[in-house]
Design a protein around this ligand. Structure first.
Ligand SMILES: NC(=O)c1ccc[n+]([C@@H]2O[C@H](COP(=O)([O-])OP(=O)(O)OC[C@H]3O[C@@H](n4cnc5c(N)ncnc54)[C@H](OP(=O)(O)O)[C@@H]3O)[C@@H](O)[C@H]2O)c1
Length: 306
């Protein structure tokens, strides 16, 4: 089904590159839409002939928007007339749920969201191991197309979950805020600082609180919580059981609930779009802090041997 349709990939960043290469290797016809710059040059180096967004949209039936979520609404506004009647794809539902792009004239929408960064999607496709992912459609007749697209980019059909734009958006935002980019990094950094403050060498502190965070998560994914509990030392298991609750007490559930409700109500989306409107000052400040941080310079020193 997908093989007969021309697909435009708008944006050749993290996801754009992986979707385009995997679709091409799966036999689909892909045209890249990119602005002049990094993505455009990378697409050329990968053997594509990138064109403007307008050209790519005009030539194609399926338009995949692989652009930063906070930019999608503005870009879609500029392309509105050309997009009428097309099938529009997204890798995440933010712009559909909170960005007002859900009702363009005669458009139908699908979501194909791999659970991982573009580089991993591509690497797993080459290995033939494939990533889990989720799909959603605005019209039920688009279901086979969305499933085909997901297969084409290398999502494992056995772990392709049917969802809705809203569910995917809420889960994705909540997951990154509470765990992936919120809880984990903050905990690693605070635990690192505690060890160093108490006299541990920076290298030892890094290995215990950061490097081993990755190895234990890999084991959790390989064995599951029960089997893992039998494979770590009883001392580690007991220490975690009795102290973990102090680090993340039951009261944290209330905060998790609040964070979820901020996502659901659109309060978070509003706050984030205001931050974007103001030129992302908080992001710049935090990046500057991280660049100068002890943890980053230590990582740079050790990275080749990790
Ligand atoms: N990153 C992930 O792990 C991940 C996972 C699943 C889903 N997603 C979703 O995938 C989508 C794309 O994310 P991404 O991480 O691939 O984005 P990204 O790496 O930041 O790539 C964005 C691309 O869009 C272009 N772009 C940015 N602003 C633009 C503008 N104002 N006008 C024209 N082009 C612009 C960039 O061009 P230049 O190269 O010229 O800068 C770049 O090629 C998002 O919906 C995201 O939520 C991401």
């Amino acid at each position: 089904m997908l093989a007969q349709k021309q697909i435009a990939i708008l944006g050749y960043g993290n996801q754009g590159q992986a979707h385009a290469l995997n679709l091409r290797d799966s036999g689909s016809s892909v045209v890249i839409g990119a602005r002049p710059g990094t993505g455009f040059d990378r697409a050329k180096a990968d053997g594509f002939s990138p064109v403007s967004f307008q050209d790519a949209v005009q030539r194609s039936e399926i338009i995949m928007l692989l652009l930063p979520d906070q930019e999608i609404s503005k870009i879609v506004q500029d392309l509105q007339l050309l997009l009428a009647g097309k099938v529009i794809g997204l890798a995440h539902g933010f712009a559909y749920v909170f960005g007002g792009i859900d009702s363009l004239p005669n458009c139908r929408y699908f979501l194909a969201g791999p659970k991982g960064a573009g580089a991993i999607l591509r690497a797993r496709f080459i290995e033939g191991t494939f990533l889990p992912g989720a799909f959603a459609v605005s019209h039920s007749e688009l279901k086979p197309l969305a499933q085909d697209y997901c297969r084409g980019i290398g999502i494992n059909p056995k772990l392709l979950i049917e969802t809705t734009f809203r569910e995917e958006t809420e889960c994705d935002l909540f997951g990154e805020q509470a765990v992936l980019c919120g809880g984990i990094f903050r905990l690693m950094e605070m635990a690192f600082e505690t060890l160093v403050k108490n006299g541990a060498s920076r290298e030892m502190a890094f290995l215990e609180t950061c490097f081993e965070a990755k190895t234990i998560l890999d084991l959790w994914m390989k064995y599951g919580p029960y089997e893992l509990s039998r494979r770590i030392s009883p001392t580690a298991f007991y220490g975690g059981l009795t102290r973990g609750k102090r680090v993340v007490p039951d009261e944290a559930r209330m905060e998790l609930e609040k964070i979820f409700q901020e996502v659901r109500s659109g309060e978070f989306a509003k706050e984030w779009l205001e931050e974007v409107e103001n030129g992302t000052p908080s992001l710049s400040k935090e990046r500057e802090r991280l660049k100068k941080s002890e943890l980053d310079s230590l990582y740079q020193k050790m990275r080749d041997n990790l």
